[in-house]
Design a binder for this molecule. Structure first.
Ligand SMILES: Cc1ncc(C[n+]2csc(CCOP(=O)(O)OP(=O)(O)O)c2C)c(N)n1
Length: 323
């Protein structure tokens, strides 16, 4: 594992963490409204997966700020989107759950649980037809694997042999319901194992996630077929800003906080000599400046104009039906 990679992981995970802590503050001030789902605690999965997968389409659930940052979308445009401003990555019309940037192969932010899985299979099939092997990375929660579309997607992906990585971030909860109360199979990866290679990874360890995803990507590129990874992780916050998450015991929270993915990364990086305290201090300073700049940009940006209510509603071919 190179020094450069450790530096990249630390920057992106710390950026994700600080960006979301600030989102929470701005939400409480009333600058962000609507839904806001934070991925604090899940940064190792988001950063390890996006960096490890590299080129290809990305389909995400609604907990996608860190995924968008890791893909390289400008933090200013993400923050402006959360503020509902015209300069946002979705022109201020999507909000937190609908960050969308096709120029960077970033296809959401999807609010409907598991609905993006069949879309991702379609995109992977398109890539296959175009003779591309880069494929698609599709991320979803443990709760999503109980939906019908999940089973349709893994079946079709396997049948059509599409280049796609299914990545389940198992944080053990679908809102307040523990996975053991919603899923007949406790090991989520077993749901896919008869369709494609499937494995489990420690989602609190960014290096482990990265390595698993790189291996999966090699398989996808070589064989043009799908692959499945279940990453065990934990969200330190409630499901969304509307949820305190108090259905979880303090003991459970404490246990997972001891596995904070950023602390684990630093511990390993110091031990291996990949990062020094001085480097970390400089990265922290940069992160602080980037987040501050994003908030200032969002605050000073204009609201979308009224005419924007009628744009981007239909694709070009349907535009004649708009009044
Ligand atoms: C089809 C559908 N059913 C229900 C909901 C309401 N809902 C929003 S998030 C959520 C839980 C999803 O849990 P999981 O897939 O584990 O993702 P996590 O939030 O834990 O990342 C539910 C039931 C929805 N958005 N879409």
């Amino acid at each position: 594992m190179s020094q450069t990679l450790a530096e990249k992981f630390y920057y992106l995970m710390k950026l994700g963490r600080e960006f979301e802590i600030r989102c929470k503050e701005e939400y409480l001030k009333g600058n962000i409204s609507g839904f806001l789902h934070l991925a604090i605690g899940e940064e190792a999965v988001h950063v390890g997966a996006v960096v490890g997968f590299g080129k290809g389409d990305l389909f995400c659930p609604y907990r996608e700020h860190v995924l968008a940052l890791a893909r390289g979308i400008d933090p200013k445009l993400i923050m402006a989107e959360l503020f509902g401003k015209a300069t946002g990555v979705s022109k201020g019309k999507g909000g937190s759950m609908h960050l969308y940037e096709p120029k960077m192969d970033f296809y959401g932010g999807n609010a409907i649980v598991a609905a993006h899985l069949p879309h991702a299979v379609g995109a992977a099939y398109a890539r296959k037809l175009m003779g591309e092997r880069a494929g698609v990375l599709c991320i979803f929660g443990d709760g999503a694997t109980n939906n019908g579309t999940f089973f349709e997607a893994i079946n079709m992906a396997s049948l059509w042999e599409v280049p796609m990585l299914f990545l389940c971030e198992n944080n053990y909860y679908a809102i307040g319901t523990h996975v053991n109360r919603s899923s007949a199979l406790k090991d989520i990866y077993l749901k896919a194992r008869d369709y494609m290679p499937a494995e489990v990874v420690d989602g609190m360890d960014v290096f482990a996630v990265y390595e698993a995803v790189v291996k999966a990507k090699q398989y996808i590129e070589e064989y043009g077929k799908p692959y499945f990874i279940e990453a065990h992780t934990y969200r330190f916050e409630g499901h969304s800003m509307a949820d305190k998450g108090d259905y979880r015991s303090p003991r459970e929270l404490e246990m997972f906080r001891k596995k904070d993915p950023i602390d684990l990364l630093l511990k390993k990086a110091y031990k291996e000599g990949w990062l020094t305290e001085e480097q970390v201090r400089l990265i922290d300073q940069k992160v602080e400046a980037v987040v501050e700049e994003a908030v200032e940009f969002a605050l000073s940006s204009p609201e979308p104009s009224e005419e924007e209510l009628y744009t981007d509603l239909y694709c070009g071919v349907c535009s004649d039906v708009i009044p």
